[in-house]
Design a binder for this molecule. Structure first.
Ligand SMILES: [Zn+2]
Length: 358
């Protein structure tokens, strides 16, 4: 049954609504199908199942986000923070885990604000451990550029010993070390937190890893790197715009990759399957909470990519659509947990009318 729930949740979070000239328009279903073929089951279901198996009460879970490119997206973009906030709520309320936000310090502002709107307060580590309650998270800034990144990744892994690491709309480099935008242009790695080293280290230590993205250039797509580059090439005739030879898709693979129309929605999908599996719809934010989460991140400077403005839109879709997606997910979870009583209908013994005999 959770697999059935995940099947339709996957479809809801993969409905593309991009503007006609948005760079990755028309590729959402292709990336999803490639990810699905590789993994063989509904993606949101696989992620929720893996989290249920690996994450125990009081475990730390690292949440990575941040797709900022200075100065256009100085405090990051609107795709990422609410997805992280939704997962923080689900992990905390649902599994009693302790979320740890890791990323570029400037971009953590919208993540924290969105998390607060979702019901998750950020405290320091000592307070979180003393508090021993659901609804708290930690926030750890990560330096920009490659220098010192591996050491910082090891330090974070040693300190928190996370049982899961999840990236939402988090850029990472391709195999030749070049970072790309969703449109396939090269961007400087010096302006990015190299948190993909945390994912690499998590693999070595047996932590469960999930990558949630929508373009191919985010953590997780290493799982289908060749397929993602081929899909990009079908649209543009080459695998990236800078000619580096490494392609637009990132090298960083995760245990589960969720390819969605909007990365935030992929994260909501995981929260929804968790809500179903734990039989508690409250774990997933409702539509009113979603509105507050979206507005909170924008007040902290998050910018809607493509619109170049700090407005409560995400990847070309309006605030109403964010609430609509959450409303549909809530309904799938609620109905999945309730009976319609159909099994009680005995039939009335009526004759079969109009049936053609074989
Ligand atoms: Zn390139």
């Amino acid at each position: 049954m959770p697999e059935t729930i995940g099947e339709y949740i996957d479809r809801i979070v993969n409905v593309e609504m991009l503007e006609h000239d948005y760079p990755r328009r028309g590729r959402t279903h292709l990336l999803y199908e490639a990810a699905r073929a590789k993994q063989g089951a509904p993606l949101t279901y696989l992620a929720a199942k893996g989290l249920m198996e690996h994450v125990k009460k009081d475990d730390y879970v690292i949440l990575l986000s941040g797709a900022g490119i200075s100065p256009w997206l100085e405090w990051g973009e609107t795709d990422g923070p609410t997805g992280i906030a939704s997962l923080a709520r689900a992990l905390s309320f649902g599994l009693g885990a302790r979320p740890v936000y890791v990323g570029n310090e400037k971009e953590l502002g919208p993540v924290i604000a969105s998390g607060v709107a979702a019901g998750i307060t950020v405290l320091d580590k000592e307070a979180v451990e003393v508090y021993k309650r659901k609804s708290t998270a930690l926030s750890v800034p990560f330096p920009l550029g490659e220098k010192g990144a591996k050491a910082k990744a090891l330090e974070i892994m040693d300190e928190f010993k996370p049982t899961a690491v999840i990236g939402v709309e988090k850029h990472a480099p391709n195999p030749v070390g070049v970072w790309h935008s969703a449109a396939g242009q090269a961007i400087s790695g010096n302006t990015q937190p190299h948190v993909h080293h945390i994912v690499d280290e998590a693999h070595k230590r047996g932590a469960f890893t999930v990558g949630i993205g929508d373009g191919g250039n985010e953590i997780g797509y290493g799982l289908i790197r060749e397929e993602a580059n081929e899909i990009y090439k079908q649209a543009y005739g080459k695998t990236c715009q800078c000619g580096c030879g490494g392609g637009e898709a990132t090298a960083t693979a995760t245990d589960v990759l969720i390819s969605a129309a909007v990365s935030n929605w992929g994260a909501y999908g995981v929260a929804a399957v968790l809500a179903y599996m734990l039989e508690d719809p409250f774990i997933l934010q409702d539509a009113d909470t979603e509105r507050r989460m979206v507005e909170a991140m924008v007040l902290e400077g998050a910018v809607a990519a493509g619109m170049h403005a700090a407005v409560p839109w995400v990847d070309g879709t309006s605030p109403a659509v964010q609430q609509a997606i959450v409303t549909i997910l809530q309904e799938i979870v609620h109905n999945g947990l309730r009976s319609c009583g159909f099994g009680d209908f005995p039939g009335d013994g009526g004759e079969i009318v109009g049936r053609v005999s074989s």
